[in-house]
Design a protein around this ligand. Structure first.
Ligand code: SF4
Length: 297
């Protein structure tokens, strides 16, 4: 366990987490919605610090990042838990895990950095579950990586308050951020979160940092794939982030609480790409429908 940042104590003695827009209030011994940030007396602990749910060497294009050291390998790892509750989660065995056995592998930041170097990786990716909730562990690993000339990549849903985000992303070199839809209804009903904080974070990353950003939108039939929504989403990206920000459209497969839903047809991905290009997005990609794991949280 390690002490966590970004919280305060209220006058009534409750602890408020300031890391993500959920602002969980915790009494002693309680964990937040993400399950991994927990109050112990007058401090907050990150219970997954130094523990990983697994490692994998991937091509960087699988994150997906097509414009960040293309052709190189990345060491991917994650922990457990998540601060969203996506009914369509494609990594639910990790993100919904509340069993610490799932993250039994001990891995301190220096060990991860050295392992990446040994494996010939140009970067380390904080992925599988959202690194926002294990920010202290990811940042310490990023610092160890920088010492060895290895870059850091956050694969995230971008559901984070801006003050901790400024600290977190100052240690990241690249990010793939999910823009899961362009409607508050979708975010509210299918993720348990809200759209505006994600848009605020994306604008911040594009306008006020040097982090290389690419976006991913997982298209779910009938939920976020209409022409008007894709038109509005891609226009917003060009207007607020710029035409050089690549967008990856990826395919949903039935999973977690949406097992009865149909898969995304390739025609939908190609239609989304066409809309993006017509609206001025310079790089719009169609994800491999079979290569979903680890591509996006
Ligand atoms: S990071 Fe976790 S504990 Fe903090 S507000 Fe978000 S869900 Fe709650």
């Amino acid at each position: 366990m390690s002490e966590a940042r970004y919280w305060h104590l209220q006058d009534d003695g409750k602890m408020v987490c300031e890391l993500c827009p959920r602002h969980c209030t915790l009494t002693d011994g309680q964990s937040g919605f993400c399950f991994v940030r927990a109050r112990q007396g007058a401090r907050m602990e990150l219970t997954t610090y130094g523990r990983s749910s697994g490692f994998c060497v991937d091509p960087i294009e699988k994150k997906p990042l097509n414009h960040f050291y293309p052709g190189t390998s990345v060491l991917s790892f994650g922990t457990a838990g998540c601060n969203l509750a996506c009914k369509f989660c494609q990594n639910w065995d990790i993100s919904k895990s509340r069993q610490m056995e799932r993250i039994a592998e001990q891995a301190d930041p220096e060990t991860i950095a050295r392992a990446a170097l040994r494996a010939g990786c140009r970067s380390v990716a904080y992925t599988y579950n959202d690194p926002v909730i294990f920010a202290e562990y990811a940042v310490d690993t990023a610092l160890a990586c920088r010492q060895l000339g290895i870059a850091s990549v956050a694969v995230t849903a971008g559901y984070m308050e801006l003050e901790p985000a400024a600290w977190f992303f100052s240690h990241m070199d690249a990010a793939n951020v999910d823009l899961k839809a362009f409607s508050e209804t979708f975010y509210h009903r299918l993720t348990g979160g809200h759209l505006q904080p994600v848009l605020d974070l994306l604008k911040y990353l594009a306008c006020e940092t040097d982090v290389w950003v690419e976006l991913t939108t997982l298209l779910i039939p009938g939920c976020n794939d209409s022409d008007p929504e894709l038109d509005a989403l891609t226009r917003w990206v060009v207007r607020e982030m710029g035409s050089e920000v690549p967008i990856h459209f990826t395919a949903f497969h039935p999973d977690w609480q949406m097992r009865e839903w149909s898969r995304t047809p390739i025609e939908t991905l190609l239609r989304a790409r066409r809309i993006a290009l017509d609206n001025g997005v310079r790089f719009a990609y169609v994800g491999n429908v079979n290569d979903w794991r680890g591509a996006s949280t």
